[in-house]
Write a protein that binds this ligand. Structure first.
Ligand code: TYD
Ligand code: MG
Length: 488
């Protein structure tokens, strides 16, 4: 038998990439082996040969600089130093012109750093990016640093659309250089010519590069394009802001696989139906991840909110049953929010328990504790719990306030004017301590709250640091808290 010898022709290869973690699999699987996510694998065709594998390790040693300025020189062994020989030095920074953003970044942008701004569609990422671009442009011009210091690359909207949005803003960003483009290679000339201080890319999901042959929007396109841009930013000391969409479960190609590539990951959160927005850092190589930025979305774009408590309590009225103010802590920032509860007779079947802005499990726990440990009767009654202002409460420190709001509605007794509650409630009905009560008490005192229900031992713990303006009432269990509510 004669065997036919086929010439070695490079065939395009199909791989399956996970949209959540970026892992690549030779076969399709219902569940990703790496991260365990179901239904996250997507088919991708990669060119065989040179760039056989899409990804960071595909082209070892090759210059990954977009502008082709060459790869960094090899590091000789005499360049290796011990940590002790290195001067710590200060990180150079420049302000973004938006105080709340500077706070989250740790004091401003670091030149050459790459920042990923993620969030659900419609939350206001493009607005923040544009305001930031306009601010930096205005500051640079004012300081005589030349025009066109900011390059805004829009892959989703036309320059006219961006201009329309800019018209609404306080600072209309006249001097911002804009380019509607999605091919990474095409940015090269603009970037080279302008040598901008800041490059904004909105959004990273639209990027594509000819280095990878898979379709635009696929994991390898997004990752490869972003890594090219990141390398370019580093080499030219340009700050790069990448905007990326994430769905509720963080399940879109892009943001998740980019996290290791960038220096700072910012998440923009908020309910579309409310004005309030929170900016958090989930990763920051140059600062803390404890700080949060608070914004409010208005007719003229995003406004910084220096005192969030005032915003959340604007519509709060003392003397209404079913309402309790609690001091929350976001990072190191205290903010007062109002918990509202409504207990009503169940009309039919199983009583409804509905919560907005707070975990239902946590509320169910409070209902069970109230039922067993206090005289509050919740059997066959509907319970609705809502956090006013579109805030999301995740802290156990809210427990006592939630329980009191429910009890207050069930008993139809309002909390005394100017009172608030703070404490975790255990299954035995005991009230437990929470972190940083000093910060919370100070915020309450600042806003004129006169009474705060607290866990036992708080007075000793706070000693002189406690404010004289706010009276602390220690309650050791939920039954005593309800008794205080009834009898004052
Ligand atoms: P956008 O920044 O486009 O969101 P993203 O880029 O995250 O998808 O803006 C989202 C919403 O903000 C949009 O529904 C309109 C609203 N908005 C205002 O309320 N006021 C404003 O001044 C602007 C510019 C937008
Ligand atoms: Mg957008």
């Amino acid at each position: 038998m004669r065997r036919t010898i086929l010439p070695a022709v490079a065939k395009p290869k199909t791989i399956y990439a996970c949209t959540a973690c970026g892992a690549q699999h030779p076969k399709w699987l219902g569940r990703c082996n790496e991260c365990g996510k179901w239904g996250s694998l997507e088919e991708e065709v990669v060119a065989s040969g040179g760039a056989g594998r899409a990804g960071l390790d595909a082209i070892p040693g090759e210059a990954r600089d977009l502008l082709g300025f060459g790869s960094p020189a090899r590091v000789d062994s005499d360049k290796v130093r011990t940590l002790g020989e290195i001067e710590p030095g200060n990180v150079e920074r420049f302000s973004s012109g938006i105080s709340e953003l500077d706070r989250v970044l740790g004091g401003g942008f670091v030149p050459g750093s790459v920042v990923l701004l993620g969030g659900e569609p419609g939350v206001g990422k493009s607005t923040l990016a544009l305001q930031l671009a306009a601010q930096i442009d205005a500051t640079t011009v004012r300081e005589g640093g030349g025009e066109r210091s900011v390059l805004y690359i829009s892959g989703e909207e036309s320059p006219e659309q961006v201009r329309l949005r800019a018209e609404r803003l306080e600072d209309d960003g006249r001097g911002v250089a804009i380019l509607a483009e999605t091919r990474v290679e095409s940015f090269a000339n603009a970037w080279k010519e302008l040598q901008p201080k800041l490059v904004v890319v909105d959004s990273v999901q639209t990027l594509q590069t000819s280095r990878v042959e898979s379709s635009p929007g696929s994991v390898s396109q997004v990752r490869e394009s972003a890594s090219l841009l990141a390398a370019t930013a580093k080499l030219h000391n340009t700050t790069l802001v990448l905007v990326g969409h994430v769905t509720k479960d963080g399940n879109l190609a892009g943001p998740r696989v980019l996290e290791h590539l960038v220096d700072v990951v910012l998440g923009f959160e908020g309910d579309r139906n409310h004005a309030f927005r929170l900016l958090r850092a989930s990763k920051n190589r140059f600062g803390s991840t404890q700080e949060v930025g608070v914004f409010s979305m208005g007719d003229r774009g995003l406004e910084v909110v220096e005192n969030p408590s005032e915003l959340f309590l604007a519509e709060h009225r003392d003397g209404a049953p079913g309402s309790c103010v609690i001091p929350l802590l976001e990072g190191s920032r205290p903010m007062l929010v109002e918990i509202q509860a409504l207990v009503a007779a169940a009309t039919y079947g199983t009583p409804r328990r509905t919560t907005i802005g707070i975990d239902d499990g946590r509320v169910a726990l409070m209902l069970a504790v109230l039922d067993r440990r206090t005289p509050v009767d919740l059997v066959s009654r509907d319970v609705y719990v809502n956090v006013a202002g579109g805030v999301r409460v995740n802290e156990p420190a809210a427990d006592l306030g939630v329980a009191l709001a429910i009890a207050s509605s069930a008993l139809d007794v309002a909390l005394p004017a100017g009172s608030a509650a703070c404490g975790e409630v255990g299954l035995g009905g005991e009230v437990r301590r929470v972190s940083r009560l000093d910060l919370r008490v100070r915020e309450l005192a600042r806003l004129g709250y006169s009474t705060l229900l607290v866990p036992p031992g708080t007075k000793v713990q706070l000693k002189s640091r406690a404010s004289e303006k706010t009276r602390l009432v220690e309650v050791d269990n939920i039954a005593n808290a309800v008794a205080w509510l009834r009898d004052g």
